[in-house]
Write a protein of this length. Structure first.
Length: 93
């Protein structure tokens, strides 16, 4: 029965001020990887993927790449919003 019960581990890292909580769960020969992304304790989003246990290193790298991309896009959107608000405010009478 131990072969069919899920095993999991968690880790956390920081990227550009965002906390990325990673959970890797294994059941039989399949891995489920999930990264929850928070900024100042506010949940911003999640990226996830699954794949074979034999590809754990590549899957973890892909998950981290997706999480970093998510953060990069969130920062870019925030900067665009700040820039747009600043431009709009400058044109007001």
């Amino acid at each position: 029965m131990t072969g069919s019960s899920p095993a999991s581990r968690r880790d956390q890292l920081e990227y550009l001020g965002f906390a990325i909580s990673i959970e890797v769960t294994r059941k039989n020969e399949v891995l489920a990887l999930r990264a929850d992304i928070h900024e100042d304790r506010d949940f911003k989003g999640r990226v996830a993927l699954t794949g074979p246990l034999s590809d754990e290193g590549a899957l973890l790298k892909k998950l981290l790449d997706k999480a970093r991309h998510f953060v990069d896009v969130a920062i870019a959107r925030e900067e665009d919003a700040d820039h747009s608000a600043g431009s709009f405010g400058a044109t007001r009478p």
